[in-house]
Design a protein. Structure first.
Length: 138
């Protein structure tokens, strides 16, 4: 069994993707309730979590939102649930739920498949600055 932080939602992301790293930085900025922690999917803890959840990361290109002992979500649903926690204007993105999940995910998949070409990629995973180290699982 994995030892994970209690009462936190875990976001697994592509640690070398510039778009994903920008999204993580935006989440950190908007996470006023301090409910999210992060791990790169490629990291040791990321691999342990995806193995535990039985998610084959070679077959999906997705952010993963995992709430231990509750559920996990992928793709557009994960992104929408994350943005819902931002409050304010961001609540308006919840209107996207009127679209069928397969349609939302199709759009998500186009961006995911082209993210390196459109936004670039790093040679290695992001290393958090000391002030943010507690937000990242290791």
């Amino acid at each position: 069994m994995l030892e994970l932080p209690k009462h936190k939602k875990i976001i697994l992301f592509d640690g070398v993707c510039n778009l994903c790293n920008s999204f993580v930085n935006k989440i950190i900025e908007k996470d006023k309730k301090n409910i999210f922690v992060f791990a790169a999917i490629e990291s040791e803890i990321g691999n342990k979590i995806t193995d535990y959840l039985k998610i084959d990361t070679t077959k999906i290109e997705s952010i993963i939102l995992y709430e231990p002992n509750v559920s996990y979500d992928l793709k557009s649903t994960a992104a929408l649930k994350i943005m819902k926690e931002f409050g304010g204007f961001w609540c308006f993105v919840q209107i996207s739920y009127i679209l069928p999940e397969f349609f939302r995910d199709a759009i998500y998949d186009v961006v995911a498949k082209n993210r390196y070409k459109w936004f670039g990629k790093k040679d290695s995973c992001m290393i958090p600055i000391p002030e943010l180290k507690a937000k990242f699982l290791s």
